[in-house]
Write a new protein. Structure first.
Ligand SMILES: [Ca+2]
Length: 94
């Protein structure tokens, strides 16, 4: 599975999204599909991938500021393309 992740913030302050796109066909064709991962939208964000539980699905760590202004640094478990909150949180960024 080839994936890309984007976090986007609307300057109007009403739209925060984190989207995961799956590339269904070879890179030369560039066909990306939003998998509706259900991840929290954040601004001032950073994401990174890693397989923390060694199940061969790449999980994602999201760090950023939510629409309410709080900060999160959370790990989301990927189970065959379905992301769930791992309930593992790290100290927020400053
Ligand atoms: Ca994993």
């Amino acid at each position: 599975m080839k994936v890309s992740i984007f976090s986007r913030f609307s300057l109007s302050g009403i739209l925060l999204v984190t989207l995961v796109f799956l590339n269904l066909i070879p890179i030369s064709a560039q066909s990306f599909v939003d998998i509706n991962a259900g991840l929290p939208g954040v601004s001032n964000s950073s994401v990174t991938w890693g397989d923390y539980d060694n199940d061969m699905d790449i999980d994602v760590l999201i760090c950023g500021e939510t629409a309410s202004g709080s900060t999160i640094t959370k790990l989301y478990n990927n189970n065959s393309g379905v992301f769930t909150d791992s309930n593992i949180e790290f100290a927020g960024f400053g």
